[in-house]
Design a protein around this ligand. Structure first.
Ligand SMILES: C[S@@+](CC[C@H](N)C(=O)[O-])C[C@H]1O[C@@H](n2cnc3c(N)ncnc32)[C@H](O)[C@@H]1O
Length: 228
């Protein structure tokens, strides 16, 4: 597998039994087993076409006995027994929130599941929801793939919701390390986006205050004083 984004997801999987939600082609599922990171994987998807593709990938790898391909909306049809990791990658931040929120067993402190989350859009919405709902980002890595820079989060449920101090750096920068070359690139791109959006808002009286806040967040991101 040459996909840096999925390789970064794999790096944050603890093992031993993972569920790959929205598996599509099933490449990550096969990689996790072939590389001894997991002894088994449930590869699930809501749509039939990706499921067919995943079945083909699994069968070509000869891993039908280790990878179960399941049709499921999020984790609805997944048996939680023995699951150590749940990966949700390549989906929008709002969809990831929805899928985590409706799965009760992801909020069990006695039986913690390692969540590996990679949002294609709205990472700040995902981080805010996690923060507000007792999920803690333990690690976050930036990666570059085909010209894009992504963030991948490793998350655990603690049940604790710290007082929210509206810290924009956390929402937009997460726990990305500015001293890492790709981490720096991620934060730089986030800051550029915020400067563009904030600059536009400064021109409108009713959005000026929010625009100003976004510009401050952009400056803070580049100062590297986010402690997550
Ligand atoms: C862009 S692909 C990402 C594939 C792979 N996870 C990756 O990161 O490369 C998104 C996949 O999520 C699936 N999907 C969308 N909504 C879903 C849901 N509610 N439950 C499970 N899978 C879903 C889609 O069918 C699609 O195969």
């Amino acid at each position: 597998m040459r996909d840096n984004r999925l390789l970064t997801c794999a790096k944050l999987v603890k093992g031993n039994k993972a569920v790959d939600v929205g598996t599509d082609h099933g490449y990550l599922a096969v990689y996790l087993v072939e590389n001894g990171i997991c002894s088994s994987v449930v590869a699930c998807d809501i749509n039939e076409k990706p499921l067919e593709s995943a079945r083909r990938t699994v069968s070509l790898a000869g891993l039908q006995d280790k990878i179960e391909v399941v049709q499921s909306d999020g984790l609805d049809n997944v048996n939680k027994d023995g699951v150590t990791d749940v990966i949700m990658a390549g989906m929008g931040g709002e969809l990831i929130v929805k899928l985590i929120d409706k799965c009760g067993w992801l909020k069990d402190k006695e039986r913690p599941v390692n969540l590996v989350l990679q949002a294609m859009t709205k990472s700040q919405t995902l981080r805010k929801w996690l923060y507000d709902n007792g999920f803690y980002i333990t690690r976050e890595l930036a990666c570059r793939d085909k010209g894009y820079v992504y963030s991948v989060m490793q998350v655990e449920y603690t049940g604790v919701t710290p007082e929210y101090d509206d810290d924009g750096m956390y929402l937009y920068g997460g726990r990305i390390d500015i001293h890492d070359e790709i981490g720096y690139e991620y934060l730089k791109r986030q800051a550029q986006r915020l400067r563009k959006a904030g600059g536009g808002m400064m021109k409108s009286d009713d959005k000026k205050e929010y625009g100003e806040w976004l510009l401050h967040v952009a400056d803070d991101l580049m100062r590297g004083d986010s402690d997550g």
